[in-house]
Design a protein around this ligand. Structure first.
Ligand code: SF4
Length: 377
């Protein structure tokens, strides 16, 4: 089973914290859709033996596409690949795009899961982050979407400067009141070359406070667990039956094809990444060239990746898999490195799986990094 990720590199305006690849100039939207379709055709051989289980429109803002454009792209997937009978087809959407008409159109398209970029239900947070939607739109779009879609995820951001615990709790409670079955939630991070970084450097915005983010994370985990959500990956919470099939496949190391500028691909051995420039991407594809660079992952790279993604999920790291796939040397290294963290209560072993404890959860990336190795073959 494998997945296809399609990157839609357009946004109406730039959120201050964002370092994803996108353009606010929609002038190339039509040419981009044609290029995405052509890339799907050009790469079909890579997936000739694969069943496509998930199709994921990410971005950027995929909801800036018309439903006809989305249908054309999905049509190209079906004409060039073998798709399972009940695939998960997700569209990331922003609240300001989700009018009643648009939701109705999407409900009549093959899209069967919406991932809505709410981020916050409060005007001051949305303005501070320069989101394109307002607080009212955040609420109305969920209510409208729920009329036609059952499988809805919303994104929420915590640790925003100025966001009190009370406001964060209120955000979580609003999400719970809607009864959405999946929530993805991330700490606001300050990436280089973003407007947020500049504002903080100039003293216009207070710096992001790690202690605040950690407090918000613990509130989130506690409240969502009481509400019946499973924290199946550090930033993802789903009711049973609503875990993202796309993301789960990715964390479990399955193959995926990344279509579009800046999209990444993985075939079990090699990682590839497309050029992150819309004009150059369209030009290369028009000349039947794939604007992609690749690297073959070494055994050490694959081990490090498995440790990183495994420790972020409830499935943890299978010690049996470490032994069989990577060998005794890796197994010995891992169990020795993990010992101190087990003694400190940050990790534990259950059913031959290495897992992060409740205490270690917020620190899981740092814990994983301590278990990495630089070169062992
Ligand atoms: S809408 Fe999403 S991709 Fe676009 S700028 Fe905002 S955070 Fe980045």
């Amino acid at each position: 089973m494998s997945g296809i990720y399609i990157h839609i590199p357009f946004c109406k305006q730039a959120c201050h914290y964002c370092d994803f690849h996108f353009s606010t100039n929609m002038g190339k939207k039509e040419a981009m859709v044609l290029a995405l379709i052509k890339e799907l055709e050009l790469r079909k051989e890579e997936f000739k033996d694969e069943m496509v289980e998930t199709i994921y429109f990410g971005g950027g803002t995929p909801s800036v596409l018309s439903t006809a454009e989305i249908d054309q792209i999905i049509g190209a997937v079906y004409s060039n690949y073998t798709v399972v009978s009940a695939p998960e087809i997700t569209l990331e959407a922003n609240p300001d795009d989700l009018s009643k008409e648009k939701i109705l159109e999407l409900a009549n398209s093959p899209i069967n899961r919406l991932s809505i970029g709410i981020q916050s239900f409060f005007e001051e947070d949305l303005k501070m982050m320069n989101r394109a939607h307002n607080a009212q739109e955040a609420e109305t779009c969920i209510a409208l979407a729920q009329v036609y879609f059952d499988n809805i995820s919303i994104d929420l951001i915590y640790g925003i400067p100025g966001m009190t615990n009370e406001r964060w709790i209120s955000n979580i409670e609003k999400a719970l009141a809607f009864g959405v079955p999946h929530i993805s939630s991330y700490a606001l991070t300050v990436e280089p070359k973003t407007a947020l970084k500049t504002f903080i450097d100039k003293g216009l915005v207070p710096p992001v406070d790690d202690a605040l983010a950690e407090a918000h994370f613990h509130i989130l985990v506690q409240k969502l667990s009481v509400a019946g959500f499973i924290n199946y990956e550090i930033s993802n919470f789903g009711k049973p039956g609503y875990f993202s099939r796309n993301n789960t496949a990715y964390w479990q190391g399955k193959k995926y094809l990344g279509i579009g500028p800046s999209a990444h691909s993985y075939d079990g051995i090699r990682r590839g990444w497309n050029i992150n420039n819309n004009a150059k991407y369209i030009k290369a594809i028009a000349q039947n060239e794939l604007p992609m660079e690749t690297e073959v992952l070494s055994k050490t790279d694959r081990y490090n990746e498995y440790i990183m993604t495994g420790l972020r999920t409830i499935w943890g790291v299978s010690l049996e898999r470490i032994k069989t796939e990577f060998g005794q040397k890796f197994y010995t290294y891992l169990t020795q490195q993990a010992q101190k963290k087990i003694e400190d209560g940050l990790l534990y072993i259950e059913n031959d799986r290495l897992l992060v404890s409740k205490k270690g959860k917020f620190l899981s990336d740092g814990i994983a990094a301590d278990l990495f190795l630089v070169n062992l073959s």
